[in-house]
Design a protein around this ligand. Sequence first.
Ligand SMILES: Nc1ncnc2c1ncn2[C@@H]1O[C@H](COP(=O)(O)OP(=O)(O)OP(=O)(O)O)[C@@H](O)[C@H]1O
Length: 588
Amino acid sequence: MPERAPDRPSRPSSQRPTLRLTLRRAARLTRAACLGPGAWKAGLLFATILSLSFVEIWISLRQIDWYRDFYNALEKVDAAAAVHQIGIFCILTASGVVTFLIGDYLQKALQLRLRTRLTVQAIDHWLGNRAYWLLRPGFGATPVENPDQRVAEDCRQFVEKILEYSLELISKVVALVSYVALLWSLSSFVLAITVFGFGIEIPRYMVWLAPIYVGLASLVIHLGGRALKRVYFTRERAEADFRHALIQIRASADLVAQTQGEAAEKRRLDQRFGQIELNWRRLMRREFLFYLFHRPYQTTILRVPTFFALPAYLAGAVTLGGMMQLANAFGSVTQTLSWFIFRYRALAEFVAVCERLDGLMQNARAPEPLPGAAQKIDRVASADGWLRLEGLRLSTPDGRWLDPTPDYALRPGARLWIAGGSGQGKTTLLSAVSGLWIWGEGRIEAPAGKFAFLPAGAPVLAETIRAAACHPEDPATHDPKRLHRVLSRLGLGHRLDPCLLETSLSGLSMGERQRLGLARAVMLRPDWLVLDEATAALDPMTEADLLGWLAAELPDTTIIMVAHRRPTGLRLDDTLHIGQTDPERKTA
Ligand SMILES: Nc1ncnc2c1ncn2[C@@H]1O[C@H](COP(=O)(O)OP(=O)(O)OP(=O)(O)O)[C@@H](O)[C@H]1O
C-alpha cells in the first residue's frame, strides 16, 4: 500500500521578491537542471559556448580597430589601404558568423539537456511526493496554480533564459574589461570646461562619462519598469486559467453537450478572458511608462558616443579615424554596461518564471497540508497481514470531524462491504486506509502487498484500452492472450483491434468504463482490491455476474467494496457501517 508522505519541513515564509531572493531561486533551479549524471558534459558544453563567446568579443575588438584603420585610410584618400580594410572586414564578418552559428547550435544542445533534467525533476517532485494530490485548493496549505504551465512552459523558459543570460553576463563582464582598457588607452586627453567661471579639467573624461551615463539611465528605467514583474506573473496565470477552461471543455465535451452547457461555458470563458483583458490593460499602462524612458535611451545610445567624442576631435586631440574608434569604444562600453537596461523587460519576465517554477519545486518537494486539521493518524505496518482500525476518527482537511469509524479488523482474503449514507466518509476511509488521507486521529494497521483501487467514474488515465486494462503496470509485461480473454469476458472484445490490441478509450459508456476497471483488477491480481462504487453503473444482473466472476478470478484477494446497494454476486464475509445511517435498517 502507498505509504504516508514523510514528515514535512516548515515552509519558508512568503517573501518579497528581492534581488537576493530571485538569485537564490535561480541558483536552486540551476542546480536542479545541472547536477546529476552527465553533469560534466553540460559543463563542457557550457565552457565551449563561453569560449566561443570570447572569440566573438575578440572579433568585436578587432572591428573597433578596423574603424580606425578604415576611416584613416579614407581621410588619407588611400584606395589600396581602404580595399585592404574591406578584405579584413569580410574576414572578420565571416569569422563572426561561423562563431555565432557553432555557438548557437551548441547552446540549443545544452538547452535540451538541461530542460530534460529540470522537467524530469519537476515531474518527479510533482508526482513522486503526491504533491499533485495534496497541493490542490482545499487540501494544501499552498495550493499550486496551473502546475501544467509550470512544468511544461516554465521549465523551458527558465533553461533558455538562464543559459542566455549567464553566457551574456560572463561575456559582457569580460568584454567590459577589454572595452574599458581600450577606452582608457584611447582617451588620454583632458576635457577642459568652464563652470560658473571656474575652469575644470577632467582627464580621460570619456572613461568616467560611460558609467555615469548608463547608471543614471538604469536608475530611471528601473523606477519606471519595476512593477512589470507582477504584471507578467499575473499575465501567465490568466493565460493558463483561460487555457485550462478550454481544455476542460474538450475533456468534458459530452457533459457540456448533454447538459446544454454552452452558455454557461461561454460565461466562464468570458470571465477568464476578462482577466486576460484586465491584465493586458495594466500591462499596456506599465509598458507605456517603461518605454517612455527605455525607447529614447535605446535609440540614442549608438549616436551619443560620437557627440561625446566630438570635443576631443575639435580640440585636435584625435584624428577622424581616432574619433570614430573612440566613439566605438565608448559605445561598446556603454552598450555592455546597458545590458541590464536592454534586458529589463525580459529580466522582469525571467523573475516571474523563477518565482513560479521555484514555487512549484519547493512546495512539491515537501507538500504541506492545510493547517488547522488534526494529523494524528498513527499508521503502522501490520505484522500478520490483517487490516485493523482502532479509535479512528477522520476529519476533512479544513478541520470538520466526521463520525468515528467503528473499530474493525479485516483478515486477508475476506470480502467486505462498506455501507453508509452519502457523505458519511466511506471514500475518505478508503483514502485513509491507502495512506492518502492524513487528517484525523486513531490508528490504522495496514497490511503490505499489492493494492488496487477502482474508482466510480472514469477508469484511469491511459491512451489505449490495453494500457488502461493494465494500469499502472506496463502492458508489454502482460500476456496479450490473457488480456484479450479478460476483455472479451467483460464484453469489451469489440473494442480491441484484432491485430494490435490498441484502440482509443474515447466513447466508452460509463458501464463499459467500469467493466474496464474490473478488467484491470483481474489483470493486476492485487492482494488488496478496493472498489468505490465501481460497479454502480452496471445493471444488477451484469453486476452480479461480473462480481461472481471477479471473485472466482481473484480467489485470494481481499476485496473491500464501497456501495450504496448491497452487492450481489459476491459472497460477503462482513459489512462495516460508516456514519449514522444504517442502509440495511433503512431498507428494512
Ligand atoms: N477536500 C475536502 N474538503 C472538505 N471536505 C471534504 C473534502 N473531501 C471530502 N470532504 C467531505 O467529507 C465528507 C465525506 O466525504 P466522502 O467522499 O468520504 O463521503 P462518501 O461517504 O464517500 O459519500 P458518497 O456516498 O456520497 O460518495 C463529505 O461531507 C465531504 O464533503
